[in-house]
Ligand binder design. Structure first.
Ligand SMILES: Nc1ncnc2c1ncn2[C@@H]1O[C@H](COP(=O)(O)OP(=O)(O)OP(=O)(O)O)[C@@H](O)[C@H]1O
Ligand SMILES: [Mg+2]
Length: 215
């Protein structure tokens, strides 16, 4: 039996009669990775939001099965982690408080030690008690990674994973991506060549086809 199966069947999205994409289909199993590419405005971020369950498709279905159990749409958030420019952090909370708040709202029993470990991984330990409004954009991006990983998601969805990051931040993100490929499914919306080569499959939204990556 497969441990994880995440499939999209003929997903389409239309905004105010403007057709963004049509008939996106794929099935990802555990340890698979998928890059979603396409021109600016081709719908990469939109597709990622649909996959994350935060936006409804105009047409089509998604199906998430974990260890034989079909996961309801309302429960996707338990299994998915999303890092996106659209994600808002709480500016008037510190980095630590943001993570702590998320943990409490979600009713997670994540230990303080794990939160501290995540902050250390993204190199924010020494700024964890500063308000997020005082962070640089790269620091906010790093905090989003800690945020997305708190509940050890089975599927990690990343929108422009390396935007705003310095070399060290990019190296950390690549490490997170590699680890995700060993523990679950990784889906990345990007046009960055290096991000794309890290993925096994590629969907180009301009031609709407799924193909095996070139590595
Ligand atoms: N809430 C919305 N209402 C109306 N149109 C929208 C909305 N969100 C996105 N769009 C439109 O959908 C299209 C796809 O946008 P999206 O942000 O998904 O593209 P993208 O591929 O992520 O682009 P980029 O490479 O610039 O990040 C664009 O034409 C955009 O204007
Ligand atoms: Mg985008």
């Amino acid at each position: 039996m497969n441990l994880i199966s995440f499939s999209a069947e003929n997903i389409a999205k239309t905004f105010n009669r403007r057709k963004i994409f049509n008939d996106i289909s794929f099935t990802m199993k555990e340890f698979n990775s998928l890059a979603i590419t396409g021109r600016n405005g081709s719908g990469k971020s939109t597709l990622l939001k649909i996959l994350a369950g935060v936006l409804s498709p105009t047409k089509g279905e998604m199906n998430l099965v974990i260890e034989g159990r079909v996961i309801k749409k309302e429960e996707y958030f338990v299994h998915l982690g999303l890092v996106s420019p659209y994600l808002q952090l709480y500016d008037e909370f510190t980095g630590w408080e943001n993570l702590d708040f998320f943990r409490k709202v979600r009713g997670l029993d994540t230990a303080d030690e794990y939160l501290a470990e995540l902050l250390s991984r993204v190199n924010l330990s020494d700024r964890k008690n500063d308000f997020v409004r005082t962070y640089s954009s790269g620091m906010k991006q790093r905090l989003k990674y800690a945020f997305a990983l708190i509940h050890r998601p089975v599927i990690l969805l990343l929108d422009e994973p390396t935007s705003n990051l310095d070399d060290e931040g990019i190296a950390t993100v690549y490490q997170i991506m590699e680890e995700q490929k060993k523990s679950g499914i990784l889906i990345v919306a990007t046009n960055d060549k290096e991000d794309i080569t890290m993925c096994e499959y590629v969907i180009d939204l301009n031609i709407q086809t799924l193909k095996k990556g070139e590595k």
